[in-house]
Design a protein around this ligand. Structure first.
Ligand SMILES: Nc1ncnc2c1ncn2[C@@H]1O[C@H](COP(=O)(O)OP(=O)(O)O)[C@@H](O)[C@H]1O
Ligand SMILES: [Mg+2]
Length: 269
């Protein structure tokens, strides 16, 4: 694995100012002081319970936080600061975002047309055909609307609309919820393939077993803080190589291990 840093997030904090009782304002800080570093050629899983700040981390990197968010800290992409202007230029090109929900697809537009958005006009049809094939879809599927496709197919369409040639950073937010095992492994293999081609992949998920099957490193988020980043091999045996008690408990709570119940370890979504 190359050790070149693709994305380095330091001391990220995300707060929201909310109105309570008329004009009184309250500040909440879902992400306190978060550090994460993503390298070229790696799948880097970000795991954590619902509400731990996984999506906010992705949205902060992509510069798509809601307007009432207050964000601080530094983010470097390829060794240079990831400014607002720079992320706008890179988003959808070198930096791809596969969102958490297939609702990001336009329900009223045929999926083929959605795949073509942002592609150069001259080669759009050819690229569309290649993408359909790459993601195991039939050429005729381009004429269908989202409601005509299964959940697994929609996920793959979402990939085809999000990831472009020359991608260097892929951020996938919960790309595998509720899909059947065959579609699940196709998606995981695809994410692994992006990394093997040299991109860095941030895989946000609550599905630890799937994450461990394709990841190189894992960062555990808890209440908006990255409590531990480890090589995937550390998730082994009784978790002796894991340092944080929360991560150890998370590992032991898996059905394939001791299935130890630990009240705090709820990775539901
Ligand atoms: N727009 C918002 N305004 C206020 N709080 C928010 C907003 N978006 C997210 N949050 C809060 O931030 C926390 C982390 O959210 P999120 O990153 O979506 O969690 P998850 O790890 O499940 O993806 C949650 O407690 C959520 O309520
Ligand atoms: Mg989320």
């Amino acid at each position: 694995m190359s050790s070149k840093s693709v994305l380095s997030v330091k001391n990220l904090s995300v707060s929201f100012s909310q109105y309570v009782k008329g004009l009184k304002q309250k500040i909440i800080t879902p992400i306190g002081c978060l550090n994460i570093d993503l390298k070229a050629g790696e799948v880097h899983a970000v795991i954590g319970a619902s509400g731990s700040g996984k999506s906010l981390l992705a949205h902060a990197v992509l510069g798509i936080l809601p307007s009432n968010a207050i964000c601080s800290g530094t983010m470097d992409y390829m060794g240079e600061p990831l400014t607002e202007k720079r992320i706008k230029q890179l988003r959808g090109k070198e930096i791809a975002f596969i969102p958490q929900s297939v609702n990001y697809l336009d329900p009223l537009m045929k999926v083929g047309k959605q795949i073509k958005i942002g592609l150069p006009k001259e080669s759009a049809s050819k690229t569309e055909a290649q993408l359909l094939q790459q993601y195991g879809l039939k050429q005729g599927d381009k004429e269908r609307y989202p409601f005509e496709l299964s959940g697994g197919m929609l996920r793959r369409i979402l990939f085809a609309t999000s990831v472009r040639e020359g991608v260097k950073l892929v951020i996938a937010d919960e790309p595998t919820p509720g899909i059947h095992p065959e579609a699940l492994s196709a998606i995981l293999n695809q994410l692994r393939a992006f990394a093997d081609e040299g991109a860095s992949v941030m895989l946000i998920t609550h599905d630890i077993v799937s994450a461990l099957s394709i990841s190189d490193r894992v960062t555990v988020l808890r209440e908006g803080e990255a409590i531990e980043t480890v090589d995937v091999d550390c998730f082994h045996g009784k978790g002796e190589k894991l340092s944080h008690p929360y991560t150890k408990a998370l590992w032991r709570s898996l059905p394939t291990n001791e299935f130890t119940l630990y009240q705090e370890v709820k990775l539901c979504h």
